[in-house]
Write a protein that binds this ligand. Structure first.
Ligand code: UDP
Length: 235
């Protein structure tokens, strides 16, 4: 295996499956099975989960809601997703801890870096909920931040597309996929991988990002064994 400790970022929307809103239990259990294969190989897995399938602060603000209020709702949405993912992982027999960036002690442990790392060493999947705990941030930023804190080898951004393209492959037939791309080239070409805050944090800390299609069975293990699927962003 190429990596020992990974941070897997899953968007909230990924949990919707084919639904328009909320959580698809079948998709969750498919993800749990994929993650189990990694755990069985001894890989330490931390996960940051988004909340876009339930609520986004920006959407609230565009409907006239106070942005901070909306972001609090978004952060709680990530905790809901974290609980759902935790339960799917436990159904698959994987020991799991949910740590939240906002205190919600009856429901999840508070985020404590040293504890998180200890859980990982013991083979538990650690799910980080609540984003960074601050409004005006995204769960991509939370993913990069946590990955750096726990000294993960790589961020794996599991999406619906199989990598980063020269243009939107759904709109442009000539779009081609990058196998590798530098952080500088992503910025120079104006490609969207993560929001700028998250992306520059990753660049500054020399933390590679791999964007890959998490919905295809076996892909996670392919990435972990170093197969060149998806796109790897590196220095
Ligand atoms: N959020 C926040 N601070 C954070 C992370 C998330 O306020 O550190 C809120 C924000 O409103 C965001 C929502 O939680 O829109 C859900 O997160 P995100 O949009 O990143 O989820 P994803 O797109 O990955 O599903």
């Amino acid at each position: 295996m190429k990596y020992n400790r990974i941070l897997l970022k899953l968007s909230g929307e990924a949990l919707m499956g084919n639904r328009q809103y909320g959580i698809d239990p079948e998709r969750l259990s498919e993800y749990a099975q994929e993650i189990k294969k990694a755990i069985d190989k001894g890989i330490e897995v931390a996960i940051v989960i988004g909340g876009g399938n339930i609520f986004r602060g920006v959407a609230g603000a565009s409907a006239g809601m106070d942005r901070v209020q909306g972001d609090h709702m978004g952060m709680l949405a990530t905790v809901i997703n974290g609980l759902a993912l935790q339960s799917a992982l436990e159904d698959a027999g994987i020991p799991t801890r949910l740590q939240s960036a906002i205190k919600i002690n009856e429901v999840a442990e508070p985020f404590i870096r040293r504890k998180a790392m200890r859980h990982l060493e013991k083979g538990r999947v650690v799910i980080f909920g609540g984003g960074t705990g601050n409004p005006y941030f995204t769960t991509d930023s939370a993913a990069v931040l946590r990955a750096i804190e726990i000294e993960a080898d790589v961020i794996l951004k599991g999406t619906r597309v199989d990598g980063i393209y020269t243009a939107d492959p759904e709109k442009d037939d000539n779009a081609t996929k990058f196998d590798f791309i530098s952080f500088d080239d992503v910025l120079r070409k104006g490609l969207k991988v993560m929001d700028t805050t998250a992306f520059t944090l990753s660049q500054e800390n020399e933390l590679p990002i791999i964007v890959f299609d998490m919905n295809k069975k076996g892909n996670l293990m392919k990435v972990l064994s170093g197969e060149n699927i998806g796109t790897r962003v590196q220095l």
